[in-house]
Design a protein around this ligand. Structure first.
Ligand code: GLC
Length: 543
């Protein structure tokens, strides 16, 4: 029988909902306590029917010694047996596409694993042809590292290699040597890898840690950070990362990725170019791809202080700075960050920001479990797995607590696995799980479901202009999304208190409130509206 081809060509849209799957923690089907690709396949129905996502961002599934849980790749052309094999991967792409779900692969260009054959060759001799694929430097005359650059995961960014008497650079773990992106051979090979996966019909890539990708050619010392408080701040903050990351040449490399991906139709790139930076700076990164689309991640929702003013100010500014054709995105959390419900210390607040995220123009990124209100799980030192938390203790940097198993049901281990999972399941899983929340019409999952269903059918939410309103009531952020035919008002109460509000609009019709206590379609009097603590409303106004 001829192999059945996946003929479907899915295109990307500015409002696509992207769901991040951290495969180790999504669904285990092999009974080893670790999630796998077959597990993701088994949950595609949920993603298609309940959340109606347009794409999955799949955290790395490549062959890896798993020292950084897949972000240390030893072979970019293979699937790690922990997750499955290439056949299962192909099946995954096919099944996702048949449900109109696109696949965004996580691509790690900054570094490989030290077990990668390139690095094994590179470290074998100074004259090895792969030597210059990584960043090697001779020691200072006293034998110390070439400069003061630090590793994100603790200690110097330089590791001495006895065999050849030189240091190699690693922005993360010593077993994650950084590739030398000034070497055209590296660029060529990495772009070839992109083509390999594009030929497998993936729909784009999330580009990992791009802000680290290129370093100062002169290896200058980073300046001292005058604000650093020893003992209080993460020691990585001692220096300002002027020379070891965020270099101007980053733009060229991203451009090259865009060109490669542009050889194919309908592809999308999203990159970790920054953690924090002014929108005026980020702006230029939107304009990369001639064909296809690139967006830098917008992590502002993770960093903003909790105030109606801060959110309004950011969004007004973001809109001002982006041009027609730029695709905005909104991130509430990911596998590196505390879960939104824990970060904001409230599920009511998490509901409020979900309402915000899902009523804006742009791509919402949903981190698995956010939609059911999953929170960070306390991890005992003996359970700790993340190398960052283990290496740099005392600063609460470990990421295990936000990578715990997805909570599917009230079954043992939350329906994630039949065996004890690699990280503990949240104690509250009996309350917060998909099955239970589907049956509870006031659950956070149903709020997501309501908002997503409305978003998909509302012309104003998908296409309308955005403008914020000057509301005199402190702590309220209100904005309108509007087309010629439809006008939607969103009101968000950032206060922990009840607020009374009077707006100069005639009666409005309710779409939903964040508590899901009111009936959709019910008339709401905007002259006298009471909002509960952290309550939000989506309302239809008369045109
Ligand atoms: C990125 C990833 C993070 C990983 C690091 C090193 O920041 O999101 O999980 O540890 O890169 O690859």
């Amino acid at each position: 029988m001829p192999k059945q081809k996946d003929k479907k060509e899915l295109s990307w849209g500015i409002n696509d909902i992207i769901y991040q799957v951290y495969p180790r923690s999504f669904q285990d089907t092999t009974g080893n306590g670790i999630g796998d690709l077959q597990g993701v396949i088994s949950r595609l129905d949920y993603l298609e029917k309940v959340l109606r996502v347009n794409a999955i961002w799949l955290s790395p599934i490549y062959k890896s010694p798993m020292k950084d849980f897949g972000y240390d790749i030893s072979d970019y052309y293979q699937v790690d047996p922990i997750f499955g094999n290439m056949k299962i991967f192909n099946q995954f792409v096919k099944e996702a596409h048949s449900r109109n779900i696109k696949i965004l692969m996580d691509f790690v260009p900054n570094h490989t694993s030290d077990q990668h054959k390139w690095f094994i060759e590179s470290r074998s001799a100074k004259k090895n042809p792969k030597r210059n694929w990584y960043i090697w430097h001779k020691p200072k005359p006293d034998g110390s590292p070439p400069n003061n650059w630090l590793s994100r995961f603790g200690g110097s960014a330089w590791q001495f290699d006895e065999k050849t008497g030189e240091y190699y650079m690693h922005s993360f773990l010593p077993c994650q040597p950084d590739l030398n992106w000034r070497n055209p051979e590296v660029r060529k090979e990495m772009n070839k890898i992109l083509r390999f996966w594009l030929d497998k019909k993936v729909d784009g890539f999330r580009l990992d840690a791009v802000y680290h990708i290129i370093k100062d050619a002169k290896f200058r010392d980073n300046p001292i950070n005058p604000r650093y408080i020893p003992g209080h701040d993460d020691p990585y903050r001692q220096f300002l990362n002027v020379y070891d990351r965020g270099r101007p040449e980053t733009l060229d490399i991203l451009n090259q990725f865009c060109d490669t991906v542009g050889e194919y139709k309908n592809k999308f790139l999203v990159s970790e170019v920054f953690y924090k930076t002014k929108i005026s700076e980020i702006k230029k990164y939107y304009k990369l791809c001639q064909k296809g689309q690139h967006s830098p991640f917008n992590f502002n929702f993770i960093r903003l202080p909790w105030s109606a003013w801060a959110y309004r100010n950011f969004l007004d500014n973001y809109k001002e700075n982006l041009s027609e054709g730029d695709w905005p995105n909104f991130v509430l959390g990911n596998h590196d960050r505390p879960r939104v419900a824990s970060r904001l210390e409230s599920r009511k607040k998490a509901r409020l920001v979900a309402m915000l995220q899902l009523t804006l123009k742009g791509m919402p990124f949903i981190y698995y479990g956010e939609e059911i209100g999953m929170s960070d799980v306390p991890i005992k030192p003996s359970q700790q797995k993340d190398p960052w938390g283990k290496n740099v203790s005392g600063f609460d940097l470990g990421r295990d607590s936000h990578r715990t198993p997805m909570q599917w049901s009230t079954k043992k281990y939350a329906g994630f696995s039949k065996t004890k999972p690699w990280l503990p399941v949240a104690r509250n899983y009996l309350i917060f799980n998909v099955k239970k929340e589907l049956a509870d019409n006031k659950s956070i999952l149903n709020l997501y479901n309501n908002l997503i269903n409305f978003r998909k059918k509302s012309e104003a939410i998908t296409d309308g202009i955005y403008y914020s309103l000057d509301i005199r009531t402190k702590d309220i952020f209100a904005y309108v999304r509007e087309t010629t035919k439809e006008k939607i008002l969103i009101i968000l109460n950032f206060a922990s208190k009840r607020k009374k509000l009077s707006l100069p609009f005639s009666q409005a019709e309710l779409v939903c409130n964040t508590y899901l206590t009111k009936k959709s379609g019910q008339k709401i009097n905007l002259n006298k509206l009471y909002l509960r603590p952290f309550e939000g409303y989506v309302l239809k106004l008369k045109k």
